[in-house]
Design a protein around this ligand. Structure first.
Ligand SMILES: CCCCCCCCCCCCCC(=O)SCCNC(=O)CCNC(=O)[C@H](O)C(C)(C)COP(=O)(O)OP(=O)(O)OC[C@H]1O[C@@H](n2cnc3c(N)ncnc32)[C@H](O)[C@@H]1OP(=O)(O)O
Length: 254
């Protein structure tokens, strides 16, 4: 259970975040993510083909409403970057950067081109219009192995009139729990998601999505998750998920 911040975040940075610029991280990534010699070779070749400064979608933009900003500021005050040299708040969160693609260019030859598509974009980050769909930021608390996500649901996510589509809620749950599982043992795939919708989420509103690790068993990570109003008083959705850690070669199977 006990893992260093470095190992956990190297896993996250390798699979979900760019750039891959830090040499010590590359070595850690190799051991965490890539199990075969060809996978390790691929890992060392990757930094050369990634852009240096991709847009970080988890930072505030003009569409973020008052509630979203208030909660963001709350967690940001408790985050590593801002608490260094300041008083200890007793809990320490880390904001997770978020990009619209995991792998940027399809220039890596036959092996890479099987998984990299130049037009591929992360489902939750593929609408350019700020505020139209998924606006969210995820924070991770390493000592408790839990995630907190602030999610503002835009007008393109309508399901029942005036409310957020159940598939969009499921997408966010998969994203938070999947990211959470990836932080523990990237890369992973969702094997099972169970969702109970308890009360509808008004379109345009901001909610809090919190996930915790329930159990680890070999390659399996069991993670549960609750979607509530930002003050926690109203329960919107509850879910449990099972994530299986995989080898990168699993993604090459057709
Ligand atoms: C790093 C941070 C990154 C962030 C990135 C961007 C953020 C976005 C994040 C977005 C995240 C989005 C993420 C996504 O959306 S991932 C996309 C959606 N998921 C998929 O497409 C997965 C499809 N399924 C598979 O590929 C395979 O079935 C997997 C990989 C899941 C397992 O196939 P594998 O061949 O590897 O394993 P196995 O079959 O030998 O089984 C092994 C064990 O597991 C048990 N088992 C298996 N399945 C189930 C089940 N359904 N319920 C209960 N148990 C199950 C099984 O009984 C066995 O148990 P045991 O006999 O050992 O006890």
């Amino acid at each position: 259970m006990t893992r260093s911040v470095g190992r956990i975040f190297s896993g996250f940075r390798c699979f979900g975040s760019l750039p891959f610029g830090n040499p010590p991280l590359k070595t850690q990534c190799s051991s965490v993510l890539f199990r075969t010699t060809s996978e390790r070779t691929l890992m060392h070749a990757l930094p050369k083909i990634f852009g240096r400064k991709p847009r970080d979608f988890s930072l505030p933009n003009s569409s973020w409403g008052k509630e979203m900003m208030q909660l963001y500021n709350h967690y940001n005050r408790l985050s590593k970057e801002t608490t260094e040299g300041q008083e200890d708040h007793g809990e320490q969160w880390t904001r997770l950067p978020s990009y619209n693609r995991t792998l940027k260019y399809a220039t890596g030859g036959v092996y890479l081109s099987k998984i990299i598509q130049s037009k591929a974009r992360l489902f939750t980050r593929n609408i350019r219009d700020p505020g139209a769909s998924f606006e969210y930021v995820i924070f991770f608390r390493q000592d408790k192995l839990k995630c907190a996500c602030i999610f503002q649901a835009g007008h393109l996510l309508e399901g029942a009139p005036g409310h957020v589509h159940g598939g969009a809620i499921a997408t966010m749950i998969d994203t938070i729990t999947g990211t959470h599982a990836s932080l523990l043992s990237a890369p992973v795939m969702t094997a099972n998601l169970n969702i109970n919708y308890r009360s509808p989420i008004p379109l345009g509103s901001t909610v809090l999505i919190e996930s915790i690790l329930d159990k680890e068993d070999g390659r399996k990570r069991y993670i549960s998750c609750r979607v509530t109003s930002t003050d926690g008083s109203k329960l919107h959705t509850e879910a449990t998920g099972l994530f299986l850690s995989i080898s990168v070669s699993h993604l090459l199977k057709r």
